[in-house]
Design a protein around this ligand. Structure first.
Ligand code: NDP
Ligand code: 8X3
Length: 254
């Protein structure tokens, strides 16, 4: 019997790549995001009406998430894997200049949306003694960088939440994994720079970033390991990305 994956943020980037890979590998997929036109097109492209269910969903809306999960069609109710992927960065300004609305949107999406999806699907997994929560963290949750302020902090939440879920879920058979990618080219930077495609392209200039397909393959591997194997966290960067030295401000009167 084929397994079921619930993928949030399935209209672009990692989520869309996961949708295509899992569907082509005969998984049943539930695809959620806000842009319904894209969801419908993807469903058509996949050509698998029987095994692709789309839901127009804003993960920031707690009630909508609850209702979406409660109203899953019978064949999709037993979710084996939740891929908590919907998320975004907004802005790269230093903290004292950042837009507070951007900060709230990141908290509402990356933290609260992820919480709502997790909390809605966990009881079923717990009853069935089987399931897997795969969260999209980031290197930004592990390593600080200028302008990463609230985005990185939301991903640090995802990291610790994933670890604490593992602690709570010991004995339930439910697995939890935090995937922590570095630079990957998707719509991520276009969103971060609010539609400025030139600035977004600049981020990946002269280097080879990760692709959404790279991340989807990693997620697929993690999800298909034997049920006694739990990858707790997996940090992945492009070969051409690494750490810098500590920053030092010289000649400053303090
Ligand atoms: P994209 O911008 O390409 O995709 C983001 C997806 O999230 C879209 O499908 C978007 O769909 C969805 N989304 C955003 N807000 C909401 C919302 N409120 N409700 C439902 N869906 C939403 O980015 P990526 O694929 O690159 O990013 C996916 C995840 O990976 C994010 O959590 C990101 O933080 C993380 N990540 C990305 C990295 C990168 O370099 N690209 C590196 C590390 C982590 P729609 O707009 O239709 O709702
Ligand atoms: C996305 C990677 O380095 O832009 O999470 O924060 S980074």
């Amino acid at each position: 019997m084929s397994k079921t994956a619930f993928i949030t943020g399935a209209t672009s980037g990692f989520g869309k790549a996961c949708a295509i890979l899992f569907a082509n590998e005969s998984w049943r997929v539930i695809l959620a995001a806000r842009r319904s036109g894209r969801l419908e097109r993807l469903q058509k492209e996949l050509g698998k009406d029987e095994s692709v269910h789309v839901i127009t969903l804003d993960v920031r809306n707690r009630e909508s998430v609850r209702v979406a999960v409660e109203n899953l069609p019978d064949t999709y109710k037993k979710v084996d894997v939740l891929i908590n992927n919907a998320g975004l960065a907004l802005g790269l300004e230093p903290a004292h200049e950042a837009d507070l609305d951007d900060w709230e949107t990141m908290v509402d999406t990356n933290i609260k949306g992820l919480m709502y999806c997790t909390r809605s699907l966990l009881p079923g997994m717990s009853t069935r003694k089987q399931g897997h929560i795969i969260n999209l963290g980031s290197v930004a949750g592990n390593w600080p960088y200028p302008g990463g302020n609230v985005y990185g902090a939301t991903k640090a939440f995802v990291k610790q939440f994933s670890n604490n879920l593992r602690a709570d879920l010991l004995g339930t058979g439910i697995r939890v994994t935090n995937i922590e990618p570095g630079m990957a080219e998707s719509e991520f930077s276009v969103v971060r720079f609010k539609g400025d495609t030139d600035e977004a392209a600049h981020v990946y200039e002269g280097m080879k970033p990760l692709t959404p397909d790279d991340i989807a393959e990693i997620i697929f591997w993690v999800a298909n390991l034997p049920s006694h194997v739990n990858i707790n966290s997996l940090e992945v960067m492009p070969t051409s990305q690494s750490w810098g030295p500590f920053a030092v401000q010289r000649n400053q009167k303090i």
